[in-house]
Design a protein around this ligand. Structure first.
Ligand SMILES: [Zn+2]
Length: 109
């Protein structure tokens, strides 16, 4: 029964969308150039705000390599700050960052 109701709702929804689409197309064709331009601008603003809404839900580091912003100071962010190379291996004299395991260079000799 629920599936039948769902199918009815889908049909109603589809027919409503078709009517809306036809009405909008007719309205746009009858409009002046200024109105058409205003509609285009509104559509563009709607798309931009939808994109911003979507992008605000994911962390700013998501897909980070593809979205590098040259004006952002990454070195101030603890996620990216690696600090200075301070540790020297007593076996092989390799430089390591603090927090790197001792075995990373020569497995302790
Ligand atoms: Zn070493």
């Amino acid at each position: 029964m629920a599936a039948v109701n769902e199918m009815e709702m889908d049909k109603e929804c589809e027919s409503r969308r078709a009517v809306n689409r036809d009405n909008m197309a007719a309205r746009r064709q009858s409009g002046t150039e200024e109105e058409v331009e205003r509609h285009r601008l509104r559509d563009w603003q709607r798309k931009v705000s939808a994109r911003q809404e979507t992008s605000s839900k994911v962390p700013w580091t998501f897909n980070f390599a593809l979205n590098y912003l040259p004006n952002r100071r990454y070195q101030d962010n603890p996620l990216f700050a690696t600090g200075r190379v301070k540790v020297i291996c007593s076996f092989c004299d390799a430089y390591r960052w603090p927090g790197e395991p001792q075995e990373i260079c020569c497995s302790n000799g």
